[in-house]
Ligand binder design. Structure first.
Ligand SMILES: [Zn+2]
Length: 335
């Protein structure tokens, strides 16, 4: 045992460290063990970290900042009333954060209406749906289009806090993104005018914009989208667009609501044949030239060599997008 004693790190260190120094080291370790730890996003939200792990230091730092920002928001607004998560809170990006829905095994049950707490649903604009959620032409339409006339008032569907108001020239046009409790967001696109301010609290029914046809739009309509932790889902699962009301007071979401994303992200390869253009290939695979360019580091004017293999669908590179775990409080119904 003498040999092992010589190799024992503690014994070795004791030869060179004064006893007072070791007391200081143990004191520091003790303080570290009992110090209050800034909860990570997952811990703060009660998320079981076994499902989604974010372990590196930069993530811990981001969690810490997120926690502080959440505290600020809770102070600014009544946390009990709103319980709005600040995950990926960004006043500029419409697509800010997402969660790995393909690994999600929980069921989210989110109470959307609570009359005793004064929380209701208001249909954003009462008119017919002109285009539904799903595959449209060659792209997935991630919302529902509601017909309206320029200047018609568009209202917030639920209580929340405005996260983004911006002019997205090539996409949503004048757009408002509202963050609601439990990781839900609603998006209102193609407005002629925005009538809401970033970080402002809105109640269901508040006018947040006027109808229009801005951005990538071929006529006046409202593009209405619902997202859960950054991922769009079909609003028809909870909203009856003919009755202008909710199908149920509680929204139930499972991985099945996001299966279409897995299909969109599946890797598919195409070998270029003589005479083919990016446009031909995009049409064939129900995607866009832009997506193919992003996946293959091309520009729309790149020359395609015959025999070249192109990735035509799969996970788009997204350096600014990070993974976020749905919060546990979204899994259980709000009280
Ligand atoms: Zn649309």
């Amino acid at each position: 045992m003498a040999a092992s004693n010589a190799q024992n790190p503690r014994t070795m260190a004791a030869r060179f460290a004064p006893r007072g120094l070791w007391s200081l080291v143990f004191l520091c370790i003790g303080l570290w063990c009992f110090a209050p730890v800034q909860p990570s996003f997952a811990a703060a939200s009660g998320q079981d970290s076994s499902d989604f792990s974010r372990s590196n230091e930069s993530q811990a730092s981001a969690d810490s900042q997120e926690g502080e920002f959440q505290d600020d928001m809770d102070t600014m607004f009544d946390a009990r009333e709103f319980a709005v998560d600040t995950f990926a809170w960004d006043n500029w990006k419409i697509n800010s954060g997402h969660f790995e829905s393909d690994k999600w095994a929980d069921t989210a049950r989110i109470a959307l209406v609570d009359s005793s707490a004064g929380q209701f649903y208001v249909h954003p604009f009462r008119n017919v749906v002109t285009s539904d959620f799903g595959l449209r032409h060659w792209l997935w339409h991630k919302g529902v289009d509601i017909r309206l006339a320029k200047g018609d008032t568009v209202r917030a569907a639920f209580d929340g806090i405005v996260r983004v108001t911006k002019k997205d020239r090539r996409g949503y046009g004048n757009v408002v993104v509202i963050r609601h409790p439990c990781g839900l967001e609603t998006i209102y696109g193609h407005l002629s005018r925005v009538c809401a301010a970033c970080n402002a609290k809105v109640k269901a029914g508040d006018v947040i914009g006027l109808g229009g046809s801005t951005g990538r739009s071929t006529g006046c309509h409202l593009h209405f989208e619902m997202r859960y932790y950054g991922e769009p889902f079909d609003p028809n699962c909870i909203i009856d667009f003919e009755a202008y009301g909710l199908r149920s007071d509680t929204l139930v979401l499972t991985r099945g609501n996001f299966n279409y994303l897995a299909e969109l992200r599946k890797e598919q390869w195409h070998t270029v044949h003589k005479g083919e253009t990016l446009g031909h290939i995009a049409l064939r695979y129900h995607t866009s030239i832009k997506n193919i360019c992003l996946l293959n580091h091309l520009t729309p004017r790149s020359l395609l060599g015959v025999g070249r293999k192109l990735l035509v669908s799969g996970k788009l590179p997204g350096p600014s997008r990070s993974s976020f775990a749905p919060a546990q409080k979204a899994v259980s119904e709000r009280s």
